[in-house]
Each structure stands twice: as structure tokens, then as C-alpha cells.
Design a protein around this ligand. Structure first.
Ligand SMILES: NC(=O)C1=CN([C@@H]2O[C@H](COP(=O)(O)OP(=O)(O)OC[C@H]3O[C@@H](n4cnc5c(N)ncnc54)[C@H](O)[C@@H]3O)[C@@H](O)[C@H]2O)C=CC1
Ligand SMILES: O=C(O)[C@@H]1CCC=N1
Length: 264
């Protein structure tokens, strides 16, 4: 399989890094394009793949094309490449908020388009991607796409409406988790822990806790209760987080992301 990336910034770099790390494809099988010569050079240096500023070159001969530019640049980029796209090529869009109906209208009728929403943990093979194909995509092509998307983490099909929620709950949420880790480490540093060690302990605690949710199938509230001893230390911290509105702040931030996605 040969794949081409139109746009190769943070998200595409994470996906390509994940694919190469797992050895699913060789560097020679992946091409990319970026806006400037400088960014193309940087991609070539960091990922070791061919990267150009010619978008058409990135999509020619590709079996799968990733549309990986910011939503506001999708239209101009599609106009540039659409004459090159053949109906047997599978187009995977990762652009937030750009609906299948809109993508179909831009590319023209009869194209195989899969709308997806990945996240940057793809870089370390721990991504999760929401996937929604259009009617032109066959079962076999969807399966092949899922194999590719699962090479850098989990991937599952969702309805298009839910894809906007995926964008928030797993697409954007790594940013919130990084803020949480940074904040916990700040507290640890304030109490005397060296900075580097604080990041390691905080990050591993988040990683292990996430693993417990995924692997035990237990309710997050029950797992929380297991940490809170009666008259213990943890419940004191829980009290502070409740008092400062942590739950509603997090929940509302997810809803703010979904609201913004609908406006894109
Ligand atoms: N960053 C993230 O965590 C996630 C991003 N996404 C989606 O991925 C897409 C890309 O986002 P990022 O990688 O974060 O953005 P970014 O700004 O890091 O990368 C965008 C890339 O597009 C290129 N580009 C811009 N104009 C171009 C043009 N005319 N022709 C060719 N290339 C062009 C830039 O050179 C850059 O390589 C967006 O649509 C976003 O919604 C989806 C899930 C998560
Ligand atoms: O912030 C953004 O627009 C992208 C979409 C999902 C995560 N990052």
C-alpha cells in the first residue's frame, strides 16, 4: 500500500511516526506535502520520508490519501488536487468539522471518502480514531483502512454526528490531560520534588489509571473510591477539586469543543 499526506503538521507527523514505528509501511511507501519548503525539509529530516510543496505529487500513485491540513485550508487544497484523484483511491480526511457531504461536494461525485478523527497519541502507538465512511467505500476498503488506522492505536466506526464528539473527547482531550499532568507536577515541585521526576510520576499515574479503566471494565467512580481511604489523604484532594468545580469545568470544556467543531 502507498499513502500520501496532503499537509504534514502535528497530526500527520504523529500518524506517520506511529505507522513507521510499527513497521506497517516503509518510508518509501509514504509521501507528504506541506505549505513551505522549510516545513517540507523539516518533515524529511524528522520522518525520513519524501516531502514536497507540490500537493499533486503527494497524491499521485497513492492508494490512500490523507487530507491533513487545517479545516480552513481544505477547500483550496481540494481544488488543487481534485483533478489528480481517481475514483479507486481512498481519501481519508482528518479535518475537524468537515462533513462527508461537504467533502463529497468538493471532490465531486463517486469518490471514496472516509471521515476520521484521530489524536496525537498516535505518535506512540496509543491513538484512538473515530471512523465514518461514505457510501462509495466498500466493506473491504473500510477493513483495510481500519487496519491502517489501528497500526497507531485503536480505531472504531461511529456515526457522523458522534464523530464531532470524538473530536472533543479523544481528539482535543490529550491537551487537557497534558495540562492536568503539568498542574499535578507543579504541585509536586512546590512540595520539593524535582521537575523531571514530577512529570514521570504524574504521567505514569495517569497512564496506569487510564489502563485500569480500559482493562478492568470497572466504573471510574468505583476506581476513585478504591483510592480514597476513610479520613485519608486523597479525599482531602477530592474535596478541593469538587470545590473548584473540576467535573463541570472538564465536562463543559468537552461541550465547548463540540460547539466549535459544528461552526467549522
Ligand atoms: N492536532 C491534533 O491533535 C489533531 C488534529 N486534527 C486535524 O488534523 C488537521 C491538521 O491539524 P494539525 O496537524 O494539528 O495542523 P498543523 O498546523 O500542525 O499542520 C497543518 C499542515 O498543513 C500544511 N499546509 C497548510 N496549507 C497547506 C497547503 N495549501 N498545501 C499543503 N499543505 C498545507 C502545513 O504546512 C502543515 O504541514 C486539522 O484539520 C485538524 O482538525 C484531528 C485530530 C487531532
Ligand atoms: O484543535 C483542533 O482543531 C484539532 C481537532 C481535534 C484536536 N485538535
Amino acid at each position: 500500500m502507498k499513502i500520501g499526506f496532503v499537509g504534514c503538521g502535528n497530526m500527520a507527523t504523529a500518524i506517520i511516526g506511529g505507522i513507521l514505528e510499527k513497521g506497517i509501511l516503509k518510508k518509501e511507501d509514504i509521501k507528504a506535502s506541506t505549505k513551505t519548503e522549510n516545513s517540507a525539509k523539516k518533515v524529511q529530516e524528522t520522518l525520513g520520508i519524501e516531502c514536497t510543496t507540490d500537493n499533486k505529487k503527494a497524491v499521485q500513485d497513492a492508494d490512500v490519501i490523507f487530507l491533513a491540513v487545517k479545516p480552513q485550508f481544505c477547500e483550496e487544497v481540494i481544488q488543487e488536487i481534485k483533478s489528480e484523484i481517481k475514483s479507486e483511491q481512498v481519501i481519508i480526511s482528518i479535518a475537524a468539522g468537515k462533513k462527508l457531504e461537504w467533502l463529497e461536494a468538493q471532490f465531486g461525485a463517486g469518490h471514496k471518502i472516509i471521515r476520521t478523527m484521530p489524536n496525537t497519541p498516535a505518535l506512540v502507538g496509543e491513538g484512538i480514531t473515530g471512523v465514518c465512511p461514505n457510501k462509495e467505500v466498500t466493506e473491504r476498503e473500510l477493513e483495510d483502512a481500519l487496519v491502517l488506522l489501528r497500526s497507531f492505536g485503536r480505531a472504531d466506526t461511529v456515526t457522523e454526528k458522534i464523530l464531532d464528539v470524538v473530536g472533543a473527547v479523544s481528539g482535543s482531550s490529550p491537551a487537557f490531560v497534558f495540562m492536568f499532568i503539568e498542574a499535578m507536577a507543579d504541585g509536586a515541585v512546590a512540595e520539593g520534588m524535582p521537575r523531571k521526576q514530577a512529570y514521570e510520576f504524574a504521567a505514569q499515574a495517569v497512564y496506569g489509571s487510564a489502563k485500569m479503566v480500559l482493562e478492568t471494565g470497572m466504573h471510574p467512580g468505583e476506581l476513585k473510591d478504591m483510592v480514597c481511604s476513610p479520613a485519608g489523604t486523597t479525599i482531602e484532594g477530592v474535596g478541593v477539586l469538587e470545590e473548584r468545580g473540576m467535573r463541570s469545568a472538564v465536562s463543559e470544556s468537552i461541550r465547548a469543543c463540540v460547539k466549535k467543531t459544528k461552526q467549522l
